[in-house]
Write a protein that binds this ligand. Structure first.
Ligand SMILES: [Zn+2]
Length: 70
């Protein structure tokens, strides 16, 4: 007989045989969502939203003049 795999939940540090649960390695769906939120938060920090000054250089492109009335 092998011992049940006991690990510690990475979110709340509670120890249990979490791999028996569908939400493993987390102890609960709540901790799973907390971990997911941390990953998403990381992503939001990396990719900044587009701002108008990102397009500032395009105003000086020659092609832009074609769309302007004389
Ligand atoms: Zn937990």
């Amino acid at each position: 007989m092998s011992k049940p795999t006991r690990i510690r939940c990475p979110i709340c540090q509670r120890e249990n045989d979490f791999f028996a649960e569908p939400v493993g390695p987390f102890c609960s769906n709540r901790c799973k969502m907390v971990d997911l939120g941390k990953w998403l938060g990381e992503e939001y920090r990396v990719s900044e939203p587009l701002r108008p000054d990102h397009f500032a250089g395009y105003e000086d492109m020659p092609d832009a003049d074609l769309d302007r009335p004389e």
